[in-house]
Design a protein around this ligand. Structure first.
Ligand code: 5AD
Ligand code: SF4
Length: 468
């Protein structure tokens, strides 16, 4: 049994990060024969992508994917810790699974992802959720086959969570959700330690993937017919800072661009590491999409300081204006309201910033204290009603700008990667260069292609269009 430890997770060592290749021992390959698995994924794209790896690993063990958790022999929850409601959702699901397991004793249930890295969660699992068969963390996904085999054979609860990240594991198999756009990890972990954020504890220290491994993966994706890659990391602008040679996101974007993949996106950026050179590279290469996710978190420099964000409102706006010099660019953001000590004036500053930036998209949240983070220790006197009121006001303002920005596109041609049939009957859907969802009437043969679509109608969260 290996349990998580926050003190260990918090430490940042200078220890060199090595690379190892995933390799499955022969004897284990049949443990999933004639069995079905179901994975429920919570949280960010990083988790989505981890689930793509986990699915492929399970299929190598003989498992097949179930269309519903009720038909599965193995159910795995890939969890998220970022806010309390992500926790609640996973624990709610565990409640349902407990009943299922009472009826079907041979059902295997596992938990992985960020919640597995939390001391308190593991403590609860060992005391109150003894029926969960196995747990593994974010640093040892590659160990899944062995942990699962032990859980099946020993019939005891298997918990294997590393507190500290170890090597970068290359060569994990992958079962991608899309045939046209692919997530590609470029780095793991985060060293920024924003005071509210659990990620540096659950995902460990910043480790960049070697450029050659990333480019090899993308060249392969191009050969397989992929049109778009989304370069993933908690703080992609810090890519390469942990190398002992000079190679950064600017250089990587340029190299990825030369692979001739049609579309490149990257996320998430932190304003601190966003260089002028990056902006020039984005302008220079047409296959780097003009769509930047640049979380601001607050419009008050006082709150930004308490959040440990390392920039002021003015510095954010200066960077925002530079990014806006990229032709046709769309900027989206994340905003937290109700951070401890946020006054009405601070909140008004956030609204002022939104009114200035007129974001194309924004994800808005109420501050959620996460055990073990510095912000969770701050005295929080703001009543929940006030926080909810601020969130509602903020949402009204951000929504107004989503619609206004979308309305500017009506009558214009936009380039769309057609992804699938839309939920709207008879229509297809995809995303524009600027990452806006668009629904339009078209033949199914267009799926997987990049084409011009004329925007006919603007809504708050999507566009309608017709093929030109
Ligand atoms: N409470 C509320 N929102 C949070 N986020 C991260 N941690 C918290 C928290 N403790 C938000 C930030 C981040 C996004 C991924 O989630 O806005 O950018
Ligand atoms: Fe969390 Fe992002 Fe800050 Fe890292 S940069 S600590 S992931 S909010």
């Amino acid at each position: 049994m290996l349990l998580p430890n926050y003190n260990e997770a918090r430490k940042r060592s200078k220890e060199e990060v090595k690379k190892e290749y995933y390799h499955l021992e022969g004897t284990i390959k049949n443990i999933g024969k004639e069995k079905k698995y179901y994975i429920k994924t919570y949280g960010c794209q990083m988790n989505e992508h981890d689930s793509e790896n986990i699915k492929a690993m399970l299929e190598e063990l003989g498992f097949r994917e179930a269309d519903n958790y009720l038909n599965a022999d193995l159910i795995l929850l890939n969890t998220c810790s970022i806010r309390e409601n992500a926790h609640n959702k996973a624990f709610g699901m565990l409640g349902r699974l407990k009943h299922l397991k009472e009826k079907n004793k041979s059902l295997i249930v596992g938990l992985c992802g960020c919640m597995a890295q939390e001391e308190k969660v593991i403590d609860d699992i060992m005391k109150k959720y003894k029926w969960i068969n196995f747990v593994f963390g974010t640093h040892n996904i590659h160990r899944l086959p062995y942990i699962l085999e032990d859980a099946i054979n020993s019939k005891k609860q298997e918990i294997e969570v590393y507190s500290k990240e170890k090597n970068i594991v290359e060569g994990l198999p992958v079962k991608r959700a899309s045939k046209y756009k692919a997530y590609v990890n470029i780095m793991y972990g985060c060293d920024k330690f924003c005071t509210y954020c659990i990620v540096p504890y659950t995902r460990g220290k910043q480790r960049s993937r070697e450029k050659d491994e990333i480019l090899k993966e993308i060249v392969e994706l191009v050969k397989e017919g992929y049109q778009e890659v989304i370069l993933l990391g908690q703080n992609v602008n810090a890519y390469g800072k942990d190398f002992d040679y000079h190679y950064n996101l600017e250089n990587l974007l340029e190299d990825v661009s030369k692979t001739k993949i049609k579309r490149i996106r990257f996320m998430t950026s932190h304003p601190w590491d966003f260089t002028d050179g990056m902006i020039e590279v984005i302008k220079k290469y047409p296959n780097i999409m003009p769509s930047i996710h640049l979380p601001v978190q607050s419009g008050s420099s006082k709150i930004l300081k308490l959040m440990g964000r390392r920039y002021s409102k003015e510095e954010y706006i200066t960077l925002f204006n530079k990014i806006k010099t990229i032709p046709n660019v769309a900027v989206s953001t994340d905003i937290i309201v109700g951070f401890p000590n946020e006054t009405e004036e601070d909140f008004t500053e956030t609204l002022d910033l939104v009114n200035y930036c007129k974001f194309d998209n924004a994800y808005t949240f109420i501050f959620s204290p996460r055990i073990g983070t510095p912000a969770a220790k701050l005295e929080d006197k703001i009543p929940i009603e006030t926080k909810e009121k601020r969130l509602n006001i903020l949402n009204e303002v951000v929504n107004k700008y989503f619609l206004e920005n979308n309305q500017k596109l009506v009558g214009k041609k936009v380039k769309v990667l057609v992804e699938k049939e839309s939920e709207k009957p008879g229509m297809l859907c995809g995303y524009t260069d600027t990452n806006k969802l668009i629904n339009f009437i078209g033949d199914k043969k267009l799926i997987g292609k990049i084409l011009d679509v004329e925007v006919t109608e603007a809504k708050t969260w999507s566009l309608d269009g017709k093929t030109c």
